[in-house]
Design a protein around this ligand. Structure first.
Ligand code: NAP
Length: 277
């Protein structure tokens, strides 16, 4: 913290204008009457290391890190949590009094908390999980599902080799299936997770067969813009329990806010509205 006594935090990425993290943290700061600040900061890759070494000296207690800096931030950090090391990326950095950078990744925590609160009936041991996509977000989801005790995760990605790399790095409970088999795998699973960017505003829709979905399925989409994707709409029509991706974004912010500002905030309707505003 600096001489003003006002703890500063923020989010760095490139681009950064789309980030909803400022709305979330500013809502909680106001709610709890904390005289802190949270700012979006566009930072180019070439500047990342310099910026991260300077922020603690300016009074920053930490920052969130988003695309494209999540892997690079992990490499720059002085200390890395086990879950960030496993995922291979950081989304939350905290600075200690000497300016040392501690890297963590709370995406997996956010994913599982959102799933548990949106689908309270879901149990990790209730069946296989079908996971679509093998990008950066998938790593956190896979680590969280394995940690929660899901017996088997059937992973599909357009580029199969990327899914195989994740299986090799993360564990034997992951089985790689062909993208073309998605309809059958979804039908035979109890949990379905879209971690691809398909369905996101400005991207192509997710076009995998969904006719195998029914009331025994829990379906969650990491895409939260739009909040209701075709996957969630069709799953709900089929009677499945659906969980949107906004909750993951809200829940991943909880440990960071607590670490920086000393209060554990609640994920409620008010912060959902703030994030959507
Ligand atoms: P990423 O690393 O770029 O990965 C993108 C994934 O989407 C890859 O698996 C990619 O497959 C797949 N994909 C892209 N275009 C495709 C297409 N036309 N057909 C089939 N597959 C396609 O992105 P990410 O960081 O993992 O993020 C993925 C999504 O999750 C984004 O929408 C992001 O906003 C969202 N997300 C949400 C949260 C949250 O808190 N709710 C957190 C993190 C991310 P290939 O490997 O074949 O290219």
């Amino acid at each position: 913290m600096n001489e003003t006594g006002i703890p500063l935090a923020g989010v760095i990425g490139d681009p950064i204008a789309h980030s909803r993290s400022p709305q979330i943290h500013l809502h909680w700061l106001q709610k709890h009457g904390i005289r802190g600040c949270y700012v979006p900061m566009p930072v180019r890759s070439d500047d990342l290391a310099g910026v991260l070494r300077t922020l603690p000296r300016m009074g920053f207690v930490g920052v969130n890190v988003t695309i494209p800096h999540k892997e690079a931030a992990l490499a720059i950090a002085d200390q890395v949590s086990d879950r960030a090391a496993l995922i291979g990326a950081a989304n939350t950095l905290s600075f200690d009094i000497d300016g040392h950078i501690h890297a963590d990744n709370t995406d997996g925590y956010g994913f599982i908390e959102n799933l548990r609160s949106g689908a309270p009936g879901w149990r990790a041991d209730s069946g296989d999980a079908a996971v679509l996509g093998a990008g950066g977000a998938a790593r956190a989801v896979l680590a969280a599902l394995m940690d929660a005790g899901v017996p088997k995760i059937r992973l599909m990605n357009r580029t199969r080799a990327r899914a195989e790399t994740l299986r090799d790095e993360l564990g034997e409970r992951i089985e790689v299936e062909d993208w073309a088999e998605a309809g059958n795998v979804i039908e035979d699973s109890t949990l379905v997770v879209n971690t691809t960017s398909l369905g996101m505003t400005g991207h192509a829709p997710l076009r995998v067969p969904l006719d195998g979905l029914g009331p025994d399925h829990v379906v969650t989409d990491l895409v939260y813009a739009p909040l209701r994707t075709r996957l969630l709409d069709e799953a709900e029509e089929a009677g499945a329990t659906v969980v949107d991706g906004l909750g993951m974004l809200l829940h991943q912010a909880v440990p960071a806010f607590e670490r920086w500002f000393g209060i554990r905030p609640e994920v409620d309707e008010a912060v959902r509205r703030a994030a959507l505003a």
